[in-house]
Design a protein around this ligand. Structure first.
Ligand code: ADP
Length: 499
């Protein structure tokens, strides 16, 4: 559960980092898009304005070139023949011919369409009086500033180009005959820019929506497995026996690792639940026999035993024996339950193994004087095992007591301790009744006894070996057994050495 929580936390951090990066890169992409769009619009405007100015000058030069052929000062009368032919369609050829015949003009002004959209053309005499204009207007003229196209601003906004150009006689380059003013009111330009702004706005909105949508999709695809995990967790919470599991995938990314951890955790939890149920069943089954025995004797006493000293004596002795059995069973169950609880979080205690083995050996020699206990230590002192002293003693006692209990004729027990690079190996060998091949598979199961009657008689509960195994494995060690019926048994345990 702890690992899962850590994984989720790790995932959340990774997830938010990815999401932030997603947003940052999405935002950066949009800003870059905006920057290039604005740059493009800016350059386009500049280029278009330049073109508009050039077009104005071109038109103006054409008109001036036409008018200079008059050769004398322009006035309201002589300007007419340049202008008159202008608006009428169909009279084009005639007019051209007439003009050619009259004055030998190369172009009539009507060929240069002065009435184009966004342009105002005005013609002045040398006194700067307007003698013709395509439409009335307010654009000022300044006869002393004819060298460049003037920009007209209204509220700081460029609204027009205004240019005045002098017209000199074709016969005498110094003889001023009038002026031509051309104004470009930038109508077409304005129209085009409005369109482009609108287009850019629409495109930006689309790009913004698309990047936002892509971000959402991306974060959704990240969130989907997490949501699946959450719903699986809810399902397990509702029904702990549910066989719901997560798809683990093959890429081993964080989410798949999380799914694997989750599945392992649920498997472990369900195994634990099953184990617990089994344990409760086993315990009640095991306790039933001694309790029934005590109950039977008490009933017997109650009926006719109170006056009979023999029955009284027997009842009390047997009941005490059974109560003693119950007591030791309860104690061992507690011990097993503690060992199970400790699973995975055994202490960092270390123990001098040689010392404990020597001490326990001495105790057993004293307790069982009929037995021959040999002790063989094949290691240099000290041998420090990664195990608490109490637990190591407990394991030794369980194995030695079994060796004593299940010995038959040859009352001999060999104990040896040796070391390898990372482990210390303890071997306990007896020459007793042995264990059959089939039973060897089960002796580490709770309450398993090969010969119930014999084991009961010797006070066995079937809990010793499960406790020993649980403790040893909890410290990262191993336990192995070899046995031949009627010949004897060897238990080998390996305990990790302290680093
Ligand atoms: P018990 O309290 O019955 O001894 P254990 O869990 O210690 O329970 O042992 C389980 C069973 O394994 C025993 O009942 C016995 O049949 C068998 N066993 C354990 N140790 C030995 C041994 N050294 N020799 C023969 N049989 C053994």
């Amino acid at each position: 559960m702890k690992i899962l929580k850590e994984k989720i936390r790790e995932l959340k951090t990774n997830h938010s980092i990815r999401l932030t990066w997603g947003l940052i890169s999405g935002g950066a992409f949009f800003l870059m898009y905006l920057f290039f769009t604005l740059l493009l619009i800016y350059n386009f405007k500049k280029w278009t304005l330049h073109n508009e100015k050039e077009e104005l000058v071109e038109l103006q030069v054409q008109i001036v070139n036409n008018l200079k052929q008059e050769g004398r000062q322009l006035d309201t009368q002589n300007i007419q023949k340049y202008i008159n032919a202008t608006p009428e369609l169909g009279s084009e050829e005639k007019a051209t011919e007439n003009n050619h015949m009259d004055k030998g003009l190369s172009y009539p002004l009507k060929n240069i369409s002065m009435y184009r959209q966004g342009y105002i053309v005005s013609i002045y005499n040398v006194e700067m009086q307007e003698i013709f204009s395509t439409q009335p207007h307010q654009y000022a003229v300044d006869r002393y500033r004819t060298d460049e196209v003037r920009e007209v601003y209204e509220n700081r906004k460029l609204t027009a180009f205004n240019d005045l150009m002098p017209v000199y006689s074709i016969f005498d380059e110094k003889e001023l005959i009038g002026y031509v003013q051309v104004v470009n009111t930038l109508d077409r330009y304005e129209e085009m820019i409005t369109h482009i702004h609108l287009l850019a706005l629409i495109l930006s909105t689309i790009v913004l929506l698309v990047s936002f949508g892509a971000g959402l999709l991306l974060s959704n695809s990240f969130m989907r497995p997490i949501n699946r995990l959450i719903s699986a967790m809810k399902e397990i919470q509702r029904n702990p026996e549910s066989d719901i599991r997560l798809y683990e995938g093959k890429q081993a990314n964080e989410i798949e690792k999380l799914a694997m951890t989750y599945n392992d955790m649920v498997d472990l939890m369900q195994r634990n639940i099953e184990n617990q149920q089994q344990f409760v069943e086993d315990v009640s089954h095991e306790l039933r026999t001694p309790i029934s025995v005590v109950e039977g004797y008490l009933n017997m006493l109650n009926r006719w035993g109170k006056e009979d000293p023999n029955i009284l004596e027997e009842s009390i002795t047997v009941s005490l024996q059974e109560i003693h059995r119950i007591k030791s069973m309860v104690q061992e169950m507690l011990s097993l339950s503690r060992a199970e609880q400790m699973m995975g979080r055994f202490t960092n205690d270390t123990t001098s193994l040689i010392e404990v083995v020597r001490q326990t050996h001495a105790n057993f020699e004293m307790l069982y004087p009929d037995f021959l206990f040999t002790l063989d230590i094949d290691a240099k002192e000290p041998v420090i095992g990664q195990i608490s002293q109490g637990h190591f003693e407990q394991i030794l006692i369980i194995l030695l007591e079994n060796a004593v209990k299940y010995s038959k004729d040859r009352l001999e027990i060999h104990i040896s301790l040796s070391t390898e690079i990372h482990y210390a190996t303890l071997v306990i060998q007896d020459f007793g009744i042995g264990i059959g091949e089939k039973d060897l598979l089960n002796i580490f199961n709770r309450f398993y006894r090969v010969d119930k009657a014999r084991s009961r008689a010797s006070g066995g509960t079937g809990l010793g070996l499960p406790i020993a195994k649980q403790l040893i494995e909890g410290y990262g060690g191993t336990i192995q057994v070899d046995s031949v019926v009627d010949y004897g048994t060897i238990f080998r345990i390996r305990i990790p050495l302290a680093k």
